[in-house]
Write a protein that binds this ligand. Structure first.
Ligand code: ASP
Length: 343
């Protein structure tokens, strides 16, 4: 990681507001990319961020830290954990009113979620990104960075946990997801909606997330032996057994509907539990909780009897990170079940 002060704002017109010092941590993604004959990649002449004077409001100053410069599919859980430690240090150093992280959109919600469950920051931590590269028409990066800077300078925002700001919407990292491959309105919180909005230079907060998970205090260390299986008609049993036999310590199963799986997959879940692999069930539906209401073989009630843990409406890829971090700090199946009840 390299530390550099990239830009300070024009502070000639601080209005009535006091100057907010924001740490801007860049990690790569389309927000740092340009397009060459229709192919998009990280800019060779590194101009990394759309941080120009008109992006930084006059009452904000920015210090830039380049953490990495990667397309976000290349950001592994290990890199996400390292990023969390950098954010923790920046939040603790006492220099900043808030932190903005720029990130590729593909895995942004995972990095932001891990930061949300790990950090106990008393300053806002805000992730942002761009759906369009710097050379495309209607580029969204500068506006998103501005929205994120405004959000990070707001004194109330840290109470919401880690937030994600794109397209003038402020979302909870715990609920937000990329819903659209290409549209600038891609980031949504299905079933919940945004926490607030950016309206020109104002932040309008609307609601607080009441159900949130925090990891117990401890060293952030991910145990990556966690599998993620999506079920479908007649699918899941072979994949679950494969994960168990390769030594996974925990397994996320994206079940059907209310938390049900094909009967053969239920038998594979029983096999996993017997081998002491922790099995957590979530749904492949994108809105709604799993619950043990169906009693037939493979129904949610049957899976609970077999020892699986039902994980509310946490998305599978976030649940996987939660399990990696939980195992890393030494939690067992019972601790994990209790924590998940809060979500
Ligand atoms: N593929 C890009 C990435 O995640 C997409 C983006 O940043 O919008 O890095």
């Amino acid at each position: 990681m390299r530390l550099e002060t990239m830009t300070a704002s024009n502070i000639s017109n601080p209005e009535e507001r006091s100057l907010a010092n924001i740490a801007l941590v860049s990690t790569g993604g389309t927000i740092e990319m340009v397009s060459d004959q229709g192919r998009i990649d990280i800019a060779k002449q590194h101009n990394p961020l759309p941080v120009q004077e008109n992006v930084i409001p006059p009452f904000i100053s920015v210090e830039h830290t380049r953490f990495c410069s990667l397309p976000s599919p290349a950001i592994s859980p290990g890199v996400m954990a390292d990023l969390c430690l950098v954010l923790e240090n920046l939040a603790a150093c006492g220099k900043y009113h808030g932190i903005v992280v720029t990130h590729g959109t593909d895995t942004l919600e995972e990095s932001a979620f891990l930061a949300d469950i790990y950090l106990r920051s008393t300053i806002p931590v805000v992730f942002t990104a761009a759906m369009r590269s710097q050379s495309e028409m209607g580029v969204d990066g500068p506006r998103n960075v501005k929205g994120a800077l405004l959000t990070a300078s707001n004194n109330e925002v840290h109470k919401l946990g880690v937030t994600v700001v794109l397209n003038d919407e402020i979302h909870s990292a715990s609920r937000v997801t990329k819903t659209y491959t290409s549209n600038v309105s891609s980031f949504k919180s299905p079933g919940y909606g945004p926490l607030g909005f950016v309206d020109q230079d104002r932040i309008l907060l609307q609601r607080k997330p009441m159900r949130r998970i925090k990891l117990p205090r401890g060293k952030l260390k991910l145990d990556e032996r966690v599998g993620l299986i999506r079920t479908a008609a007649g699918l899941g049993a072979r994949e679950i057994r494969y994960c168990v036999d390769r030594g996974d310590r925990a397994l996320v199963v994206e079940a059907l509907g209310r938390g049900n799986v094909p009967p053969e997959a239920a038998e594979a879940i029983q096999y996993a539990v017997e081998k002491e692999t922790i099995v957590c069930i979530t749904s492949r539906c994108y809105i709604g909780r799993v619950l043990g209401v169906y009693n037939y073989p493979g129904g949610g009630a049957d899976l609970e009897r077999k020892g699986a843990i039902l994980a509310g409406d946490m998305q599978g890829h976030k649940l996987r990170l939660f399990l990696m971090a939980s195992l890393g700090i030494g939690l067992n199946a019972e601790n994990i079940r209790k924590l998940l009840e809060r979500f």
